[in-house]
Write a protein that binds this ligand. Structure first.
Ligand SMILES: *Cc1c(COP(=O)(O)O)cnc(C)c1O
Length: 395
């Protein structure tokens, strides 16, 4: 309790401590100075991470890199798309996603997203004929209809990359998110389920895609020999592809590896916490948390909800302020200045299209962080603050 008798609002920005086991490994690495992934003849921490992550997700190959953005970029490069290739992406995503497409010399084509934060399948089907590849961003861990997307893309022969940056632990129809498309990409940036400050990893079952990505990530000369099971493919591509040097270093892997056994528990806690808050918000006539799709088991560490009814922009901003006054930070995606998740702020695109459905969603969709470490009391505080803030503004 704060001195004035009010409960303190929970801090949703602090991370959790890194497991103690990381400390001994970091000490060992600092003593030997063995920080580069390709120095040790075998069993470098980055190589072990790749093995463990592939096993955890059920993929044949994993490649650890410097960020999820790097993984997305390398995935596009590994698909060998021609310059100017069109890549469908959801219009609701983080600016890093269209940026990775531009970085790979491709052209992002934005697809409408519905009020449930998922790809609008009618717009997707209409735009697919012009696409050379598809990058599905499971934004904030919301999974689009992967059955419908894969059926359309398989029929059209268009490869799918999954941006699973924020979806570690999400399951779709019994399959791990990130293993459904040709490539799946994950992030270890601090706001994701596994925190290494920065870092990313890509998984695939396709040996050619894996080999090309490994070479381009910076496995120069014969360093690719330290990636098991890809001798023929890597030998073929050596010296034929540019080296972008997007490798992960050993210290990052030392921070990530002891967190992998904690993923299942974090997922369970995150889902329970999210659903606890969602139940309270859905009890308000002014707020609605869209339901997950049928085959989806979510792994959330934040909550998104829509302002229901005819709110004005001013009311939505007053609502943000009323929540803030209670110590809870609510962001309406489209109303916070320069938000990197609002497509009209992606001015680096040659042409920013108009997407009325996605825009309408962004203007009334709210974002609140719910790190998986929060207690039930903290979750209840946040839920009540949000409901009361809506009541303040809408009665
Ligand atoms: C965080 C995030 C990214 C970018 O990940 P980095 O590792 O920071 O490059 C991409 N897409 C989504 C959906 C994200 O949440």
């Amino acid at each position: 309790m704060a001195p004035d008798g009010q409960t303190l609002a929970p801090n949703v920005y602090d991370a959790e401590p890194i497991p103690e086991a990381a400390r001994a490994e970091i000490d060992r690495l600092l003593s030997s100075g063995d920080l580069f992934r390709y120095t040790a003849p075998s069993d470098a921490p980055v190589a072990l991470l790749e093995q463990e992550f592939a096993e955890l997700l059920g993929a044949r190959y994993a490649l650890a890199v410097s960020s999820c953005s790097a993984a997305l970029f390398l995935s596009l490069k590994a698909l060998d798309l021609p310059a100017g290739a069109k890549v469908l992406i959801p219009a609701f995503t983080f600016a890093a996603v269209p940026s990775s497409v531009v970085h790979a010399d491709c052209v992002p084509v934005l697809v409408e997203v519905g009020a449930n934060y998922r790809v609008d399948m009618a717009d997707f089907a209409a735009k697919l004929p012009e696409a050379d590849a598809v990058m599905i961003s499971h934004m904030r861990g919301h999974t689009s209809d992967m059955d419908a997307i894969m059926a359309l893309c398989d029929a059209a022969g268009v490869p799918v990359i999954e941006d699973a940056a924020h979806s570690l632990g999400t399951v779709w129809g019994g399959r791990n998110i990130g293993t459904i498309g040709r490539v799946g990409c994950f992030s270890f940036q601090s706001y994701k389920l596994v925190n290494a400050g920065e870092g990313g990893i890509m998984i695939t079952d396709d040996p050619e895609v894996a080999a090309r990505a490994i070479i381009m990530s910076g496995a120069y000369e014969t360093n690719w020999k330290k990636h098991p099971g890809l001798t023929n493919s890597c030998a073929h591509w050596q010296n034929k592809l540019p080296l972008y040097n997007l490798r992960m270093q050993n210290l990052s892997a030392a921070v990530i590896r002891p967190q992998l056994p904690l993923v299942a528990e974090r997922v369970a806690k995150g889902r329970a916490g999210h659903d606890r808050v969602a139940d309270v918000l859905n009890g308000s006539a002014h707020l609605k948390v869209p339901e997950a799709l049928g085959p989806e088991e979510r792994a959330p560490d934040s909550i998104q909800f829509n302002l229901m009814g005819d709110w004005t922009d001013q009311q939505a901003m007053d609502f943000q302020a009323a929540a803030k006054a209670r110590g809870v930070s609510v962001q309406v995606f489209g109303l916070s200045e320069g938000n990197a998740r609002a497509f009209w702020n992606w001015q680096f695109l040659v042409e920013v299209p108009e997407l009325p459905q996605t825009r309408a969603m962004l203007m009334r969709a709210c974002d609140v962080r719910l790190p998986t470490r929060l207690t039930e009391g903290e979750l209840d505080y946040i839920a009540a603050a949000i409901v009361d803030a809506a009541k303040d503004v809408r009665g």
